[in-house]
Design a binder for this molecule. Sequence first.
Ligand code: G4P
Length: 528
Amino acid sequence: MPDVAAEAARRRTFAIISHPDAGKTTLTEKLLLFGGAIQMAGSVKSRKTSRSATSDWMALEKERGISVTSSVMQFPYGERIVNLLDTPGHADFGEDTYRVLTAVDSALMVIDVAKGVEERTIKLMEVCRMRDTPIMTFINKLDREGRDPVELLDEVESVLGIQCAPVTWPIGMGKRLKGVVHLVSGEVHLYEPGRNFTRQDSTIFASIDDPQLEARIGADMLREVRDELELVQGASHPFDVDAYLAGKQTPVFFGSAVNNFGVQLLLDFFVRHAPAPRPRETTTRPVEPAEPKLSGFVFKIQANMDPMHRDRVAFMRVCSGRFVAGMKAFHVRSGKEVKLANALTFMASDREIAAEAWPGDVIGIHNHGTVSIGDTFTEGEAISFTGIPNFAPELFRRARLRDPLKLKQLQKGLAQLAEEGATQFFRPLMSNDLILGAVGVLQFDVAAYRLKDEYGVESAFEQVQVATARWIRCDDAKKLEEFREKNAQYLAIDGAGELVYLAPTRVNLQLAQERAPGVEFLATREQA
Ligand code: G4P
């Protein structure tokens, strides 16, 4: 019988954060190749296409060239099991992306050597910051002319506010790219386009002082890189595993994903130093991964993965214990015991039925709308994992039907989209309006498209006088009732049945807060 602590210690669960076009897809594909999960380069892209074909609404993804959905890929690497959780790639910062980042133990940041730190990377970094997620950095496209590496590290340090510890250092760049030096092992790895796939397939010198090296890279280049290394080692930080694990320092790698170059050095370092699953907070106590009993939380819901069955898949991150196919688990929110039959695992080769899963793994639970984002499953204990918030939306629209007879379908569709976390959904106490809230404007397009595609509802979204929303909390029942009566015109119920204040202006919000001491106005709703 395998033991939970050992299985948990083998897991490395992470996500890639990057600005579109930096090379996330290419790097994902190479990582899967090294993991032996796919045979041929190009598979991730073709996988994307074939998946779009199987699920109609993903046609939107294709039309726009964006990845609206995210997925989970698992592959073995040496002694480790790596779980890569894909973050949605569209330019709007989505809550769905945030939630994926709550389900990982570390992240990998990909930066384009010519572009440096870009806007979306900054936003995603902020999210990682909130949880002190350890981050490794891959500076990609070294085969192209880019910016000065020292300048790039400075930019990461000053813009993202994290110390850089270069682990590999480039020898030349673009047409002059000769290889990288590994600053920890001292090895020099030569760049040989069309090769570099494995260690066996690469030319490696044990150190920069190897007498053969000069013949390969030239005396000028050797002198140049020696001077640069002296400078870099004097000015930058050496790798410090504790600073990395605390989210204060990022080890930096240089390479070219499309040429396989520098990727294996990154992966080797990653599986060695990236954190295994760590304890997670719940409403009552921290849960240790090595605990024998299963626990986990749902961070994502996806509808209609299989168009033949209009069901939903809830993605649950396992936090402790062992999952075995067919076992019964306690769904804390409903208080019911459910059988986890037909759960999915996400081996990179394909979805398959999960036989077992361990802390750090993700399983997909089929359901018909009974499971929501943020839900906890255990083997009986009534605890809930915390830290999976809903953000107060900043954009609001009123849904209007073109065919009034389809109100039922509209309500059903909106409720489902809200449940998946695609948009938020509010029903004002005093009117029959259906109001959608989002943190990014693209979410409305996705909603309109899916309502039409999946529910046959033609809808339009029109402007509505709402500036921001706050979840209302008050322990004093009498005070809450009073508040409800006085402010009914601004109050609404969200998709989960919680009371929300929809403020027409920021000033209105401020006044309402001042007039109701003892009532809390929350900008995020933690799902418990
Ligand atoms: P993304 O998922 O982060 O959006 O980026 P993706 O991997 O799709 O890469 C964006 C573009 O950058 C792709 O080119 C890809 O081939 C290219 N690329 C990725 N890694 C490297 C690299 O190391 N060097 C160079 N020179 N290019 C790289 P594309 O023309 O948009 O697509 P494709 O037709 O080449 O697939």
